[in-house]
Ligand binder design. Sequence first.
Ligand SMILES: *Cc1c(COP(=O)(O)O)cnc(C)c1O
Length: 470
Amino acid sequence: MYGDDGRIRATLRRAGALAEEFIEALPERAVGPRAGVDELRAALGGPLPDGPTDPVHVVEELARGADPGIVASAGPRYFGFVIGGSHPAALAADWLTSAWDQNAGLYATSPAASVVEEVAAGWLVELLGLPPGSAVGFVTGCQMANLAGIAAARHEVLRRAGWNVEEDGLAGAPPVNVVVGEEAHVTVLVALRILGLGAARALRVAADGQGRMRVGELERTLAGCQGPTIVCAQAGNVNTGAFDPLAPIAAAAHERGAWLHVDGAFGLWAAASPQRRHLAKGVWQADSWATDAHKWLNVPYDSGLVIAADPGALRAAMTSTAAYLLQSEGATRDPIDWVPEFSRRARGFPVYAALRSLGRRGVADMVDRCCRLAQRLAERLRAAEGATIINEVVLNQVLVRFQPPSGDADAFTRAVVARVQREGICWLSGTRWHGMEAMRVSVCNWSTTEEDVDRSAAAIEAAARAEVRP
Ligand SMILES: *Cc1c(COP(=O)(O)O)cnc(C)c1O
């Protein structure tokens, strides 16, 4: 069936060549998009084709039409949101994952995907310093990791109260208290919404100036909680990079019999670095963790990880059984036991490849390098006229605010961000932090160099000058 006419080979070779060209040009490509929505619709749209089109032609036309709308977010000077690049081993393994087209739901559908997940899970738990034997699920991103981790929490706190939430739902269940930091990421709130725990019902604990949960406030909140309780803390604030004080939070949560879930989408990777580990002190004492592989591990999208110290709780919350499934009953790993999905991509392969290629030291070096580069950028910008760094740069996140010689710093900061984005040397986004507009820089790409940072700092400075005298 895979035609003797060689079309499959020709198509893959063409795609490979296009991908290679893209990757080679990536460091010097304008970082933002180069076309607006009308242009992209015109290039990519049109009627649904009535008949077949040669696959080589489709790939070429797709690449041509998409190109001006492709953002160089995999490149070295993209500092927007928190977006990692693609490590070469992970990218290549991701191609193979597509070619193999495994359904990673069961051992039976892909023994290799199952075993690779098993191995990568063991490596991850060790690398991050989490309790040996913790369960790991390979999900699409940290949103689903938060959902799965908090589902495990919901299972366990209700089980201890004599309630089977998976069978009997929440109607009539003992009320579950959920305690989150004031600075909890929106995906934690979305998870609460989907899990029937209610985003607005969550008790919010005040944070300090860097966004860290105040432990005294947490203790006071917990003192008022009766019955099943879940605490959600954070390793790595999406604006400042700050860590909640996890050791005292774990102590306070466990003293009250609460489950502690940690959202460490990017910050959890600090635990892999001997130099940064202190930030996540006590993180291993939590009960569940959510993190991303597509951020700081530099695995292509989409790849997140949910980890639970008690495999039974995660499994009970996630597993599905049906007579036809040929599940392996514990002797081997059935990935459906650990994630919300049923059929799914074998996303363990690229995670495995990244870990194997980087090794323990490589992951630590990548984390440390990004943090050093964030410091370097902060230092360069501190010296720029009118610029102030408004966070403590403890990790890879930098918040910068620009004061014009006269006038409004909020509007001016927004204008500087917009100009930098338009100019395309680097890309970063704006945010609001404690009522102030700020430029938000996140360094989490394996390929970013000091030169990239210096060029970016110069571009930002120049944009601020140009905004004063446009
Ligand atoms: C990015 C992020 C998330 C969401 O992760 P996705 O991979 O986008 O689903 C959750 N929490 C924090 C702190 C984040 O930075």
